[in-house]
Ligand binder design. Structure first.
Ligand code: DGY
Length: 313
């Protein structure tokens, strides 16, 4: 009998086919109200959980899976998994680092360019047939600026590599460590924001980084500044961000992540100086296929008695 898995987020179609072929994959009901009864009837015997970075391990789920031995996250972030609880039950956890780094960094640059070059407005101009009658929408130059990066891990470094072609300066602040990579280091986020035209948020979410980008940091970035967040919504004080954008105390924002996904506050959706994306940093066919393949490889290794390829716990 193949091991039984509960899957609460689909993989890309190729790795999904592998998963379906090698495991007894079960899906819980789409209707959240029906899940407790489903889990009570089907939870025993499930040894693996396949989830996404955004969903993690929802509260109460581990308790409903008495035989759970591994959680395979289809994503790099593990902020929605209670690692202490996993350790206490000796449940292993894997994620999918590295394979998504370039795509997430690309999206950060795209959001910055959208904010400065106003691509949606330019596209509307063409689609609405305004061109060549009306004035083309003038934008702001995105190159040669002062770029700040919060969190210089894998994704932060990939953003820095891309920015090195933009001809400005690069500075950073890091909540966890201080690598020496030739960029100016700022001890505080306020100091980094004051020294930046664009501030990229690339720090992992945790209790320590929650609302780290607060009102003070946002205001230090200032009325011409742009905030780009491709990390997690919880790292930014979203209410303070919306207020500053509305009042002109912050120039613009490029956001791929939000505090309560998939909810994007109406205020943010209405603002013209915001570029929005539905948490699609890793959402290319290539990367989603690679992430899914890594999920399956981790599960195969675990159930084959081998080491996890990319262990978290
Ligand atoms: C990740 O991999 O953590 C992405 O942000 C998806 O949640």
């Amino acid at each position: 009998m193949p091991p039984a898995l509960l899957q609460i987020g689909a993989l890309h179609h190729e790795p999904q086919a592998l998963l379906d072929a090698r495991y007894d994959v079960r899906h819980w009901p789409g209707d959240a109200a029906a899940r407790p009864a489903w889990l009570a009837a089907n939870g025993a015997g499930i040894e693996g959980l396949v989830t996404t970075g955004g969903l993690g391990v929802p509260p109460g789920l581990v308790e409903a899976l008495p035989d759970l031995r591994i959680v395979a996250i289809n994503g790099v972030g593990f902020d929605r998994v209670d690692l202490a609880a996993m350790r206490a039950r000796d449940i292993r956890v894997s994620n999918t680092p590295d394979v998504l780094t370039d795509d997430v960094a690309d999206l950060a640059i795209a959001l910055m360019l959208n904010c400065f070059r106003r691509l949606p407005a330019a596209e509307r101009h063409v689609r609405d047939g305004v061109w060549p009658r009306g004035e083309v929408p003038l934008a702001r130059r995105a190159s040669g600026l002062r770029y700040g990066i919060v969190g210089l891990g894998r994704i932060g470094q990939a953003i820095a590599r891309r920015l090195s072609g933009f001809g400005g300066s690069i500075a950073y602040s890091s909540p966890t460590r201080r690598p020496h990579l030739g960029h100016a280091y700022h001890e505080t986020l306020v100091s980094l924001a004051q020294a930046s035209d664009v501030l990229f948020v690339a720090a992992a979410a945790s209790a320590a980084t929650a609302h780290m980008i607060d009102r003070e940091v946002i205001e230090a970035l200032g009325p011409n500044g742009v905030l780009v967040n491709i990390a997690r919504g919880s790292v930014v004080d979203e209410a303070a961000l919306e207020e500053a954008l509305r009042d002109g105390r912050l120039g613009g924002a490029g956001l791929d992540v939000f505090a309560e996904e998939p909810v994007v506050p109406e205020g943010l959706r209405e603002l013209p100086n915001v570029a929005l994306a539905p948490h699609v940093g890793s959402a290319t066919h290539e990367t989603r296929a690679a992430m899914g393949a890594l999920v399956v490889e981790n599960l195969d290794s675990f159930f084959g008695g081998r080491e996890l390829l990319t262990p978290v716990v």
